[in-house]
Design a protein around this ligand. Structure first.
Ligand SMILES: N[C@@H](CCC(=O)N[C@@H](CS)C(=O)NCC(=O)O)C(=O)O
Length: 202
């Protein structure tokens, strides 16, 4: 199996962690999707990482679909509940974490533009999405709907989203007043799969 990705992408980290936790051997193909020579569009027409190439030559994208594909391999531990209602609720939490990654990525791209072209309004909109998303995640963590002892696709996505905020210094005060979320991600960051997928120093 080959994972096309980039060491700084939180979506790629999510899939790498799942592969490591399930003990699936894979080759990491490092590619920068932002440059014209990128190979990613051969595997995902949207030109986004992650993309997964299976041993029998199937291509899968994007990260929730890849996570679902990996779950279908039926390798322990299971990260998506079998009960459809429970799976739906977990996927909603995953979507929330992925949405925080999306907003953080838009913020990072906006800040990379020349200062006179940056939109404060856009940056504020994205900050608000992140803040509202984190507040709901804090509630889920307080209610134990997200639990470090119960690692699943949602907890993995949440830790990758927060890891990306830390890495890119987006919403640096996110941890204030969100003690349950802090505890949850700190516990996950202790795992070998997270240590091995830490983004490189900026
Ligand atoms: N919804 C997608 C998002 C993937 C994504 O946005 N990846 C970024 C890297 S962090 C990318 O490849 N961007 C390249 C582009 O937008 O052209 C997923 O979950 O896989």
């Amino acid at each position: 199996m080959k994972l096309i990705g980039n060491y700084t992408s939180p979506y790629v980290r999510k899939i790498s962690v799942i592969l490591l936790e399930k003990g699936i051997t894979f080759e990491f193909v490092n590619d920068n999707p932002w440059v014209s020579e990128s190979i990613t569009p051969h595997y995902n027409p949207l030109g986004k990482v992650p993309a997964l190439i299976t041993d029998d030559g199937q291509y899968w994208f994007d990260s929730p679909v890849i996570a679902e594909y990996l779950e279908l391999l039926d390798l322990a531990p299971a990260f998506i509940p079998r009960d459809p209602q429970a799976a739906l609720q977990m996927r909603q939490m995953e979507a929330l974490a992925d949405g925080i990654m999306d907003a953080a990525l838009v913020s990072v791209r906006e800040r990379q533009r020349p200062i006179e072209q940056q939109s404060e309004v856009e940056l504020l909109r994205q900050r608000e999405k992140i803040s509202r998303g984190l507040t709901l995640l804090e509630q889920y963590a307080a209610d134990k709907k997200l639990d470090a002892e119960n690692i699943c696709v949602a907890t993995i996505a949440v830790a990758c989203a927060v890891g990306y905020l830390n890495f890119r210094r987006v919403s640096p005060g996110w941890c204030v007043d969100r003690p349950h979320l802090v505890k949850l991600v700190e516990k996950l960051f202790e795992r070998e799969s997270f240590a091995r997928t830490e983004p490189p120093a900026a």
